[in-house]
Design a protein around this ligand. Structure first.
Ligand code: TXA
Ligand code: MG
Length: 343
């Protein structure tokens, strides 16, 4: 199969919509990452998505809508808190999990009785969903386990020959996947996966916001997790990755003792002059949490392309959007975290 790169014009969007409606799977740009979309209500199409990604069958897909009114048929009830969260954060990078109706087949939900729904902000995603005329289930468009694609080229690198088309939508602005939440009672939100919508922002709507233990720690294989995606290998490039905690001077000292062929520092922009002065091969990934979120998946893929053997990443903060970046990086690192010290 040849994978076509479709453009953001009326003809190509209509074609993408027809493919989706006809049970095909199509690459879809969103503001977070590129997704691999299909008709959420078509079990055969959903199976194609799992096959193209090599995704475990118990890991549910997020269902995307392009109008608020399209939410109600998918879930048994929309509690007031969910409505308030949607009013504040949709369209945008927030996924809300609620008990599902029969409109969502069990295979889409990974066998769970719930469904995560998201109304993406990207105009091309919205146009594709409207053209399809059905809710679109879409996991991130990478092969299972690899860094998420934030450009069409990255998605093509993983999916070329496996899917009929990808729609071009430019570089993803957020660069990190949506915040996935569950509601507990009338006023509590539990964050299962941190994303561009931060716990701090969620607290402006919900009285209580709990960040699930699995966000910052490794879960033992026998734990029953609330979100199946928490237990799988994720986001990892081919190179080995170590997340390095500590301040700038500590990071530089650490890098000084970990030099070698194929060794790279993935550092903050402000670290570059000192890395270069010390002769440490380095690639910067931004100066703010938002810049780092937008860049880190792309940098991991670029370093793979350079043939990197080991990438030492200077750890981001764990508040704001930094929490989402940190959450992805500890998984990309297979939980290999080094403490370089504070100073
Ligand atoms: O930003 C995003 O969310 C992107 C774009 C394409 O929208 N999608 C995405 O999908 O990241 P995926 O499949 O790569 O990650 C979805 C995560 C998985 O960890 C999955 O386990 C969890 O959300 N999830 C989905 N539905 C769930 C449910 N009903 N209950 C618990 N966890 C769920
Ligand atoms: Mg994913």
């Amino acid at each position: 199969m040849t994978t076509r790169l479709l453009q953001n014009n009326a003809e190509d969007i209509a074609l993408a919509g027809a493919l989706l409606r006809g049970g095909e799977i199509v690459g879809m740009p969103t503001e977070t990452v590129y997704g691999l979309g299909c008709d959420a209500g078509n079990a055969d199409a959903v199976r194609k998505v799992f096959a193209a990604k090599g995704r475990p069958a118990d890991n549910p897909l997020i269902v995307h809508i392009a109008a608020l009114a399209d939410w109600a048929p998918l879930v048994r009830e929309i509690p007031p808190l969910a409505e308030q969260l949607a009013a504040r954060f949709w369209p945008g990078p927030l996924t809300v999990i609620l008990p599902r109706t029969d409109r969502i087949p069990a295979v889409t939900a990974g066998g769970l009785d719930t469904v995560g729904v998201r109304f993406p902000a990207h105009p091309v995603a919205q146009a594709m969903i409207r053209a399809a005329g059905v809710p679109v289930a879409a996991p991130s468009g990478n092969r299972s386990g690899s860094p998420s694609p934030t450009t069409s080229a990255h998605m093509l690198a993983d999916m070329d020959g496996r899917i009929p088309a990808i729609v071009e939508g430019g570089s993803c602005l957020c660069g990190v996947e949506s915040t996935v939440i569950q509601l507990e009672g009338a006023d509590t939100v539990r964050v299962l996966r941190p994303g561009f919508v931060t716990p701090e922002q969620l607290r402006t709507v919900a009285a209580n916001v709990i960040v699930d233990d699995a966000v910052l720690a490794q879960i033992s294989p026998d734990t029953v997790v609330r979100s199946p995606g928490m237990k799988y290998k994720h986001y990892a490039p081919n190179a080995a990755v170590t997340l390095v905690q500590g301040g700038r001077a500590a990071f530089l000292r650490f890098m000084d003792t970990h030099r070698g062929a194929g060794v790279y520092a993935l550092c903050f922009d402000a670290d570059v002059p000192e890395c270069e002065a010390a002769g440490i091969a380095c690639v910067p990934y931004g100066d703010t949490d938002e810049e780092r979120a937008a860049a880190f998946f792309a940098r991991l893929r670029e370093l793979d392309a350079e043939g990197a053997a080991h990438i030492y990443v200077r750890a981001p903060r764990t508040d704001g959007v930094g929490l989402a970046v940190y959450n992805r990086l500890i998984r990309a690192a297979g939980y290999d975290i080094a403490d370089a010290g504070t100073f």
